[in-house]
Write a protein that binds this ligand. Structure first.
Ligand SMILES: Cc1ncc(COP(=O)(O)O)c(C=O)c1O
Length: 209
C-alpha cells in the first residue's frame, strides 16, 4: 500500500509542524518518531503504511481497540443527531448507559456513575471523592507512578519529568515502591508500614507500570 493512502504529510513534515505549532510539553517515544495515522481493531498503521500490532488496543485508559465497526457506527449515529449538550439537560443515552454499567457491577451498591472525559479527570475525581469521604488530604501512590496530566494527577504521579516544575504538589504523597515481579510482598509490606505511619485518603495504583 502506498504511503499517500495513509497520510498527506510524512513523519518528518508532521514533526516539523508539531515543533512549530504545538506546545513542547509532551515527550515522544523514539529518536525518530513514527506517525500513527490509521487503526483497525488491534492493528495500527504509520504514515508509510507499515502495520503494527497494538498489544493493549489503545492506551491504558481507552483499551477498546481501533475503529471497531460497532463503535464507529454508534459514534456516527450520535454525531449525526447531536454532538454535545451539558448535564444541565436530560438525554436518554447517558441514563441508559449508566443503567447498563450498573448491571455489570459486582454489587448493587455500585450503582451510580459519574462520567468523565479522560483518565486524568477520572483520577482527579477519585482522589477528590476519597478526600471528601475520609476528610484526609494526602494520599499514597507508587514511586514512578503516572496518573495523568492535570495538576492533581501530576501531584499523585511521581515522574520527575512531569513533577519538577509543579512543586509544591497539591497534597502530600507517601511513596510505595513499585511491585517487581517476584517481589510483590515488599510492596505490600511497604504499603502496610505507610498506612500505619500516615493517614491517607486513598492508595492510587495503576494496573500496568
Ligand atoms: C495509567 C494511566 N493513568 C492515567 C492516564 C491519563 O489518562 P488521560 O490521558 O486520558 O487523561 C493514562 C494515560 O495514558 C494512564 O496510562
Amino acid at each position: 500500500m502506498s504511503a499517500s493512502q495513509y497520510a498527506d504529510l510524512s513523519a518528518e513534515e508532521i514533526l516539523a509542524l508539531r515543533k512549530e505549532y504545538l506546545m513542547p510539553n509532551h515527550a515522544m517515544y523514539y529518536k525518530k518518531p513514527i506517525a500513527i495515522v490509521e487503526g483497525k481493531m488491534q492493528f495500527l498503521y504509520d504514515s508509510t503504511g507499515k502495520e503494527y500490532l497494538d498489544a493493549i488496543g489503545g492506551i491504558v485508559t481507552v483499551s477498546v481497540g481501533h475503529c471497531h465497526p460497532y463503535v464507529i457506527e454508534k459514534t456516527k449515529d450520535q454525531i449525526d443527531k447531536i454532538q454535545h449538550t451539558t448535564c444541565l439537560y436530560l438525554h436518554p443515552n447517558i441514563v441508559k448507559f449508566a443503567k447498563l454499567l450498573a448491571s455489570k457491577m459486582p454489587s448493587p451498591d455500585l450503582k451510580q456513575t459519574f462520567f468523565t472525559n479522560s483518565g486524568s479527570e477520572s483520577n482527579e475525581l477519585a482522589i477528590l471523592m476519597a478526600r471528601l469521604y475520609s476528610g484526609v488530604p494526602d494520599i499514597l501512590a507508587l514511586r514512578n507512578a503516572y496518573h495523568g496530566d492535570t495538576v492533581g494527577t501530576m501531584s499523585a504521579g511521581a515522574r520527575g519529568v512531569f513533577n519538577s516544575a509543579y512543586e509544591p504538589l497539591l497534597f502530600e504523597v507517601g511513596r510505595i515502591p513499585f511491585p517487581k515481579a517476584g517481589h510483590e510482598q515488599a510492596t505490600l509490606d511497604a504499603l502496610e508500614v505507610a498506612c500505619s505511619q500516615k493517614e491517607a485518603a486513598a492508595f492510587i495504583c495503576e494496573p500496568m507500570p
